[in-house]
Ligand binder design. Sequence first.
Ligand code: GRG
Length: 305
Amino acid sequence: MKYDKWKAMVETRLQSYLPLPEEGISHIKVYEAMRHSLFAGGKRLRPVLSLAACEAAGTSEEAALPYACAIEIIHTYSLIHDDLPAMDNDDYRRGKPSCHKAFGEATAILAGDGLLNRAFEIMLEDISGNSKNMSADILINKAKAAASIAAASGAEGMVGGQMDDILFEKDTNPEIRTVTPQMLKDMHIKKTVMLIRAALVLPSVLSGNANGNMGIIASYADSLGLAFQIRDDILDLAGNLHELGKSTGKDNMSGKATYVTIYGIEKAGEMLAAVTEEAVSAAGRLGVAGLFLADLAHRMSVRKS
Ligand code: GRG
């Protein structure tokens, strides 16, 4: 199956980007913590989405792979930091003890920092590594790809969304804790959707939008990203630790603003179905190159992990 083929490509490349360190180096612990989280068994959804969008964008999978892996590495750093006691305080992730549970808080913070920096090193090495043999256009597109990944994961993207999430739950001003549906949506667009969108438009950025499909792929991404988040909120209520690999029930117990706590489980399910259909319809506009993406949207809407 295509998902498994692309996931295997990502696993192999990630191993080469973060190999077992040499025995005896003084700071080996930070590598062990980075590898603990990176190879704990994530779905690799974001890099698979990148590889799945290559055909529609007119880019080779080989060209997209370093950036796709960088996105997965950034995603993993965000999960490590999100699990810390100062943030969401979770003991389990990807079915294993979270990084700080296995290695302690200081090492987990450094493991996240190490992963974030490694991601940018990988992208910049791809830009500079063979630059003499590459046209200026190709180099500029590669730099644009790295910049768009940086923007999606930074303060106007995932970091900003995480900030909103924390403020909406814990701010001392009750007005900020009164989350409207629009605030909820904007927060999730930043926290979850923008990195998913960066993964999906990556091949179009690399090809300079050669096939003219970037707009359609971006609208597929926006619908899929929102569907992904709504399903995440439903799984917090309906999922279990064994299948999901992380604790459940916390958001609903704490009254945190989620699609389920704001809309109720039934309406959240209807919204999930509606945004999934939007994603499927966008994928349909890509013709044969969108078939896998349409099927994936359906499968993501019923995922259990
Ligand atoms: C710490 C800057 C910073 C950001 C954290 C990713 C994130 C932002 C928080 C995680 C909390 C959460 C449940 C977010 C919603 C969606 C999400 C990112 C789920 C986890 O992604 P999956 O399901 O996980 O792709 P795997 O383990 O399969 O990679």
